[in-house]
Design a protein. Structure first.
Length: 529
């Protein structure tokens, strides 16, 4: 029986990674077309590209999760046939996947141990816990070893995924959009840690991201994929965000400019109250109070942003509002009607929503894109009449939405989990935003979207507001909140602790309230008094 934590970790040392003419096909579709990527040891190498460009496919081929049809993978200049992720792990290659891989029924501690591929039958838990706690101390992350993944926010899950890999002392660590669910401060912590380890020569890092800020601040080199081809490779110090945007979308400088344009906000008075939350209390997964006597209102023609550090009750608030979590006390009204988030009410009152992790929370992965797009309305005419579904109409409507929202899929009958991460998000947004919304409840809506899609979705959210809809936007991204909101609320420990008009908002003040510091609270009270 081996000890769960290896007392003599393998020697570390950064790996040189080269792919030579890597080509990957799915049926007749070429996802990777002769890609030759070069990662210098001890560097942070960023990989950029639009949704569906092939980024995840490329790194999955490197770690043996998928097999390329042609080409080779070189580790320190030697060709290796990496047929499975286990072989990759033995070579010292770790990967943090775009979708979470945590085991729901296991604790944080057990999930950490599982990184080795197995948990021994006999575990000396006191010793292991001590070692894990000591390991956690070498990182800037704080995690409760006894929590289970359901109890963690998306950001905390992401940190756990990264810790799982760091525990193995990888020589090459690949991270597929690790910062999508992190606040900018958390992203800085994570990326700073990874860069330091790389520059110390312990490992090489491949970082997939959509954020130019992160490339600029943390990467040494950057490669860009477009439609399965490697179209550019630069030293970060010798390129610009504008250049990278142009590389990503190909030539069209107009497309590239979209990133730099803010959504168009129509000048309008806020209308009557549409969404009213009164003294809402909601329990968390462990029976603790997650949402604490919270009240808020959103008027028609208004976007109300909810800022906050992950884990302060935002997830539970959203789940309660969309009917996925029991409300302990308090009420929700849409207009004058008491709201219970039933299908019938959602339909009649035109309430739409987008939860976090849509592939898990808003889709059925095995079903087709068309079925998933139809989910909200498959019992509504014209798609259904006399009680059965008209598959033809369902498909036709799906095709129209795919076109309209630019979802990259091989067709409306492809299972939704075969789509790239950003395209799953687009498909769900297409479903939720395709019909007039009177009330829209969204959390982190642009998680994992490339810059062009971010601009487009932001504009669509703004359009709902401009047409008089009420939008509640829960987000961990202050930039997003300030760009879109009319009013910003700060949520801390289950309560709204601060409110301001977005136009008057001061980041430092918001940050202080988000930190939930006693100082900030007393200051706010002083102002209120
Ligand atoms: N298992 C699969 N079966 C069929 N097609 C697939 C499969 N995996 C990926 N694809 C297709 O390959 C293309 C590249 O997908 P990939 O996931 O690599 O994109 P990506 O660059 O990571 O995008 P994103 O930024 O949205 O995560 C997409 O068009 C996708 O639909
Ligand atoms: Mg991807």
């Amino acid at each position: 029986m081996t000890a769960p934590l290896d007392p003599t970790p393998k020697p570390t040392g950064a790996i040189a990674l080269d792919t030579l003419d890597l080509t990957k096909r799915f049926g007749t579709f070429t996802a990777l077309d002769h890609v030759s990527l070069k990662v210098v040891p001890g560097t942070v190498h960023a990989l950029l590209g639009e949704n569906g460009a092939g980024k995840s496919t490329l790194v999955k081929c490197v770690v043996g999760y998928q097999r390329a049809e042609e080409g080779s993978v070189l580790i320190d200049g030697r060709e290796h046939d990496i047929a499975t992720p286990v072989i990759a792990r033995d070579l010292g290659i770790g990967m943090v996947y775009q979708h979470f891989t945590l085991v729901p029924g296991m604790t944080v501690a057990e999930n950490l141990l599982l990184a080795r591929g197995h948990i021994p039958a006999v575990v000396d838990w006191p010793a292991v816990r001590k070692e894990l706690a000591a390991f956690l101390d070498t990182t800037p992350f704080k995690l409760d070893l006894d929590a289970t993944p359901q109890q963690l926010s998306a950001g905390q899950k992401q940190k756990l995924e990264i810790l799982k890999q760091l525990l193995l002392k990888p020589r090459l660590l690949i991270l597929d959009e690790p910062t999508s669910v992190l606040t900018p401060q958390e992203a800085d912590e994570v990326l700073g840690l990874l860069r330091d380890r790389a520059h110390a020569g312990e490992c090489s890092i491949v970082l997939i991201t959509h954020k130019f800020r992160e490339v600029n601040a943390y990467a040494d080199d950057v490669s860009v994929l477009r439609r399965g081809r490697l179209v550019a490779a630069h030293r970060v110090s010798q390129t610009s965000a504008q250049q990278l945007a142009t590389d990503m979308v190909g030539g069209g400088a107009d497309d590239a400019k979209r990133e730099f344009s803010a959504p168009e906000r129509a000048v309008r008075e806020a209308g009557p109250e549409r969404l009213k939350v009164s003294k809402l209390t909601v329990d968390g997964d462990r029976g603790q109070i997650a949402v604490d006597d919270l009240s808020l209102t959103v008027r028609g023609g208004e976007i109300v942003g909810v800022a906050g550090v992950a884990g302060n009750g935002q997830r539970e608030l959203l789940e309660a509002l969309v009917g996925q979590r029991r409300i302990s006390t308090g009420e929700v009204h849409i207009g004058n009607e008491r709201f219970h988030a039933t299908r019938a009410q959602n339909f009649r009152l035109k309430v739409r929503s987008l939860p976090e992790e849509p592939l898990r929370n808003a889709c059925v992965g095995e079903l087709s894109v068309a079925d998933n797009m139809g989910m909200r309305r498959f019992d509504r005419a014209p798609v259904s009449r006399l009680g059965w579904m008209h598959a033809g109409q369902l498909r036709e409507r799906a095709r129209a939405l795919i076109e309209q929202f630019g979802v990259k899929t091989r067709g409306e009958l492809a299972p939704i989990r075969s789509l790239s991460g950003g395209n799953v998000q687009r498909a769900v947004l297409a479903r939720e935003l395709s019909e007039e919304a009177d009330v829209l409840i969204v959390a982190n809506p642009v998680f994992g979207l490339d810059f062009a899609a971010v601009a487009e979705i932001h504009q669509r959210l703004m359009d709902v507001r401009n047409r008089g809809g009420a939008v509640l936007l829960i987000s961990e991204d202050l930039d997003e909140l300030l760009a879109l909101s009319d009013r910003v609320l700060v949520m801390s420990e289950g309560r709204i602790v601060h409110e301001t008009r977005a136009a008057d908002a001061d980041r430092n003040v918001l940050g202080a309230h988000m930190g939930g510091g006693h100082h900030a609270a007393t200051e706010a009270e002083a102002v209120a008094a």
